[in-house]
Design a protein around this ligand. Structure first.
Ligand SMILES: Nc1nc2c(ncn2[C@@H]2O[C@H](COP(=O)(O)OP(=O)(O)O)[C@@H](O)[C@H]2O)c(=O)[nH]1
Ligand SMILES: [Mg+2]
Length: 274
């Protein structure tokens, strides 16, 4: 992961754009993925905001996260005094709390403007659409769709600025890069899908073995390597190539797709404690 050159020019541009836009807003909504609330926080956002604006943390995709783990995060943020909101932008659960939460953060009356920031594909545009009950912010199931600067009027009291998703140039911890890739924040075309899928299988064997055995009907030997698990899944699915070799490339794509699509159930890859 770390060796891949994947910090594209448009992300650098986006960082500059956010820096410039900061003076136009009263607050920043940082949207994170509830399945990876730590890894999906961009460390560069701290230096972009530099304490100049209050920040509301928004745990989106709560519908895909393990509810028991999300409860741990809730307790953790409360103990830390971190203002946060938990939601599911697809169904809209929790999003209507936004104006109230921003108001509490700000402690001021009158119209407010907030910038919505976050890594690619976390649900920024979907969230904005739900809050504003419009279809103005472009959404996509691929990272990197929002490119320009987009203001969306919610009502006469609130305006939101959609921003392109940004990542940061280097992951200090390769596990962070993996988690962002598992959940779809990093574009697939810069990744080795089979290696990634193999690592996802090892991760899931550790924390959600039942999800794996139920979906793919494989035996989870503790000593099996990730690629062996991937082969086992491919065999069970009948993904064979001419000559009889298992098509692990196809299985990798299917696994990542099914994981991201929630077919393996509600899974969280990070807890406040580890
Ligand atoms: N299950 C689920 N899917 C979501 C949620 N929020 C967004 N999505 C989906 O994730 C994909 C990316 O959303 P988008 O808003 O374009 O992400 P952005 O890149 O951060 O603007 C879309 O297919 C959305 O429908 C959510 O809370 N739950
Ligand atoms: Mg977007």
């Amino acid at each position: 992961m770390a060796e891949v050159q994947w910090f594209p020019g448009h992300m650098k541009k986006a960082e500059r754009m956010m820096q410039d836009s900061l003076k136009l807003v009263d607050a920043v909504c940082e949207i994170v993925d509830a399945r990876i609330p730590r890894s999906s926080r961009n460390p560069d956002l701290d230096s972009i905001i530099a304490g100049r604006r209050p920040r509301l943390l928004i745990l989106n995709r709560a519908d895909q996260a393990d509810p028991a783990v999300t409860a741990q995060w809730r307790a953790y943020y409360k103990a830390q005094g971190t203002p946060f909101l938990e939601c599911d932008a697809l169904s809209g659960r929790g999003v209507k709390e936004l104006p109230r939460a921003l108001r509490a953060l700000q402690g001021k009356q009158g119209p407010m403007r907030a910038m919505v920031a976050g890594v690619p594909n976390v649900g920024k545009s979907t969230f904005i659409n739900k809050v504003s009950r419009r279809k103005t912010a472009a959404t996509s199931d691929r990272p990197g769709v929002t490119r320009g600067k987009q203001w969306v009027t919610v009502d006469d009291q609130l305006e939101l600025l959609d921003t392109p998703g940004i990542l940061w140039p280097k992951f200090d911890d390769p596990a962070v890069g993996d988690r962002l890739a598992f959940t779809g924040a990093v574009k697939d075309d810069v990744l080795d899908g089979e290696a990634l899928a193999a690592r996802l299988l090892v991760t899931l064997r550790e924390s959600y073995p039942k999800a794996l055995t139920e979906r793919y009907k494989i035996v989870l030997l503790p000593e099996a390597q990730g690629w062996e698990l991937l082969e086992a899944c491919a065999r069970k699915r009948g993904f064979l190539m001419a000559g009889g070799a298992v098509d692990t490339e196809r299985m990798a794509a299917v696994l990542l797709d099914e994981f991201r699509g929630g077919k393996l159930g509600r899974i969280s890859l990070e807890r406040p404690t580890c």
